[in-house]
Design a protein around this ligand. Structure first.
Ligand SMILES: NC(=O)c1ccc[n+]([C@@H]2O[C@H](COP(=O)([O-])OP(=O)(O)OC[C@H]3O[C@@H](n4cnc5c(N)ncnc54)[C@H](OP(=O)(O)O)[C@@H]3O)[C@@H](O)[C@H]2O)c1
Length: 318
């Protein structure tokens, strides 16, 4: 585990700059939501780009120019198809390199260098990146399963820009994880030459957190889908209702909270001190906080009986 004190470890490389910029953009947008609405940018495009799904229903009437770029929200499944394939490839390359000594392909090595991956960093553990990439792949596979077999989508939409961002997002996340692998040329550098010798307590903790958060996210998605089904499991409507149970008793968007916890579990698996990954976590924090805030507003405006004690995103706090 390498503290981020070294000059290379603390440098602002392209990947870090990207995650930092995204985090800052979402923080700014979130702060703008706290300003009285009369002072907010009324620009329809701005509202259209920050809202998606049910929260678009809470926005002022959308002009035809915005509606022309609508993409069905059920296309979320495309993000996970791309992620399962792309991150599956990355995991394959990493596994081959770790266990069979096969070097990374030239194009991948070159791409990682462009994105700012450092060459051999003495203290970092290849096992950490391997586990995080495996978690990312499992997460995407579960989400894909949910999109196909659990979630009941309405006719809700997302903006074309949000759709394109979603397609690129998991490609970037996978590359970010891979860029944290200690390299020696095109080969993965394994300290002690035995991967199992790298096992640490934080790998176990990260793994437990990952499965615990994933189980809660799954439960929340099941609760949401059951709101649109009868007792026999048949879909009877596509309206938005008040969800109850599990973490919904504390916050309006527990699935977003679970998403944050999943990314934090990966930061734990990286040994707590990986600056690049904490920037990814910061981005996820602000993007999910924004969505949760808008969802919370939607629920409160739609349902007079909405539970008063329920917060938007963080139990008892926000
Ligand atoms: N890492 C990231 O940057 C990122 C970004 C976005 C999303 N995500 C994750 O992806 C997952 C899905 O996100 P999402 O924004 O689609 O979540 P969501 O708005 O809560 O929707 C999840 C599912 O539940 C339905 N639904 C939502 N509210 C409902 C209600 N009140 N009554 C009945 N059904 C309801 C939705 O249908 P409709 O919306 O079709 O009506 C959809 O099928 C979340 O876990 C989120 O954390 C991650």
């Amino acid at each position: 585990m390498a503290p981020w004190a070294g000059s290379e470890a603390s440098a602002l490389n392209p990947l870090r700059a990207l995650w930092l910029a995204l985090a800052a953009a979402f923080l700014l947008t979130l702060l703008l939501q706290l300003v009285p609405s009369s002072l907010l940018p009324g620009c329809a495009l701005f509202q259209d780009l920050i809202r998606y799904g049910k929260t678009k229903l809470g926005a002022p009437r959308r002009p035809a120019a915005c509606r022309a770029f609508d993409v069905p929200k059920r296309y979320f499944s495309h993000f996970y198809v791309i992620s399962v394939l792309w991150n599956g490839f990355l995991l394959w390359f990493l596994t081959q390199s770790l266990f069979l000594g096969v070097p990374f392909p030239h194009w991948l090595h070159h791409l990682l260098r462009i994105l700012g991956a450092a060459q051999f960093r003495g203290g970092e553990l290849a096992l950490s990146a391997f586990l995080v990439l495996a978690f990312l792949w499992l997460h995407s596979l579960r989400r894909l399963f949910e999109c196909f077999y659990v979630s009941v989508f309405s006719n809700a939409v997302i903006h074309l820009v949000q759709y394109c961002f979603g397609l690129v997002y998991y490609v970037l996340v996978g590359l970010t994880v891979l860029s944290q692998v200690p390299m020696d040329g095109r080969n993965v550098y394994v300290i002690g030459k035995n991967l199992l010798m790298q096992a640490r307590w934080f790998h176990i903790l990260g793994m437990m957190m990952f499965f615990w958060s994933s189980a809660h996210q799954y439960k929340c998605h099941v609760i949401l889908s059951n709101l649109r089904k009868n007792k026999a499991g048949v879909v009877i409507h596509c309206n938005h209702r008040i969800p109850f149970g599990d973490w919904f008793e504390y916050v309006s968007s527990p699935n977003y909270l679970a998403e944050l916890m999943i990314y934090i579990s990966m930061a734990v698996t990286f040994g707590f001190l990986n600056l690049t990954w904490w920037l990814v976590v910061t981005y996820v924090f602000f993007s999910q906080a924004l969505s949760a805030f808008l969802s919370h507003k939607f629920y409160k405006s739609k349902f007079v009986s909405y539970p008063k004690h329920r917060k938007a995103f963080l139990p008892f706090l926000f």
